[in-house]
Design a protein around this ligand. Structure first.
Ligand SMILES: Nc1nc2c(c(=O)[nH]1)N[C@H]1C(S)=C(S)[C@@H](COP(=O)(O)O)O[C@H]1N2
Ligand SMILES: [Mo]
Length: 313
């Protein structure tokens, strides 16, 4: 397997105090920048500064501002708690118990494990990453996550040569997730990545946002964030990570294969059968903005060289 060197500059680390609120974030950055206490790249540590360095970011992306905490935690897709955007914030904190939490790592690997949450994250360096999140429904946000690089978890498990995919599974417990009593999807929610996608330095297992522990509605205590793919790939409240030689049967792909492919890379040129993907509404803005290929994360393009992205949507 070809493993690329990580290209994440240490300047991605944004001090926690900058997360206090959007207003304070912008204010604090401006003050620190004016005082010369932080490099310019840190002030631009939004969706671009994180992975590409601000200098490499196309001009359009430098306008990205953090989506306010109220929207990040109040407008959600988490069908285990209802299908309206307000349902997860209202329902998830009531019934989801993020502790104690067990994460199973198994399948084709030499070091499988059954971890209590604290043991799962122990010994792996936490990182702060601000990423754009582009939902397949054509809205988007900019979210400051904290978490652990997925590749560190993959490496710790020592996947065998035959492991070509990683499968992720959400908790299946209708007592904690009452939406699972209705068959909106074939529960539990399952997602998956090809091994080289999982090893990409941008792929993150988030444990927090805005400098605090992950709220229930955002997928506590552990959720995937794959910023170059549509939001549904970023599976929440993970209890199992499995290495496999077969492409996982992912929940949305099983439910509507002609609408939701396995790859689900953000692609303005490939429309959803029922709507255009060319533009998106950034939550908090009125005018729609153009959607960028791979959600603007062009450093992942080489993962798909030679693939027909119309067919592998
Ligand atoms: N288990 C689970 N994970 C999920 C979903 C879900 O319904 N169930 N919704 C997905 C979709 S469609 C999106 S856009 C993102 C939304 O993440 P957010 O609410 O933290 O913004 O979560 C994804 N992960
Ligand atoms: Mo979504």
């Amino acid at each position: 397997m070809l493993i690329k060197k990580p290209e994440i500059p240490s300047s991605e680390i944004t001090p926690e105090r900058l997360y206090l609120s959007r207003r304070e974030f912008i204010g604090a950055s401006a003050v620190a920048l004016a005082a010369g206490t932080i490099p310019a790249v840190a002030a631009c540590d939004t969706a671009d500064g994180a992975a590409e360095g601000a200098a490499a970011a196309p001009p359009a992306q430098q306008r990205d501002e953090l989506t306010p905490l109220e929207d990040v935690t109040g407008y959600n897709n988490f069908y285990e708690f209802g299908t309206d955007k307000e349902d997860p914030a209202r329902n998830a904190p009531r019934t989801l118990r993020p502790r104690p939490w067990t994460v199973v790592v198994d399948g084709l690997c030499d070091r499988p494990g059954r971890y209590a949450f604290d043991d799962f994250v122990r010994g792996v360096a936490q990182v702060d990453r601000t990423y754009r999140l582009r939902c397949v429904e054509a809205w988007s946000m900019v979210i400051p996550w904290r978490g652990i690089p997925l590749r560190d978890i993959v490496n710790r498990a020592r996947p065998r040569a035959g492991a070509r995919f990683v499968e992720f599974t959400t908790l299946h417990d209708p007592a904690q997730m009452p939406g699972q009593r209705r068959d909106v999807l074939d529960w539990p929610y399952v997602e998956g990545l090809r091994m080289d996608e999982a090893m990409h330095p941008l792929a993150l297992l988030a444990t927090g946002l805005y400098g605090r522990a992950l709220p229930a509605q955002n997928g506590a205590p552990l959720r995937l964030v794959v910023p170059w793919k549509y939001g549904f790939k970023s599976i929440k409240s993970i209890v199992r990570i499995r290495f496999t030689d077969r492409q996982p049967r992912t929940a949305w792909n099983v439910s509507a294969p002609q609408e939701y492919g396995f790859y689900a890379n953000v692609n303005p040129q490939v429309d959803h059968p029922r709507w255009s993907q060319a533009r998106e509404r950034r939550i908090g803005e009125f005018r729609r903005r153009p959607t960028l290929m791979f959600n603007g994360y062009n450093e992942v393009a080489s993962l798909y060289s030679g693939m027909d992205l119309r067919r592998n949507y």
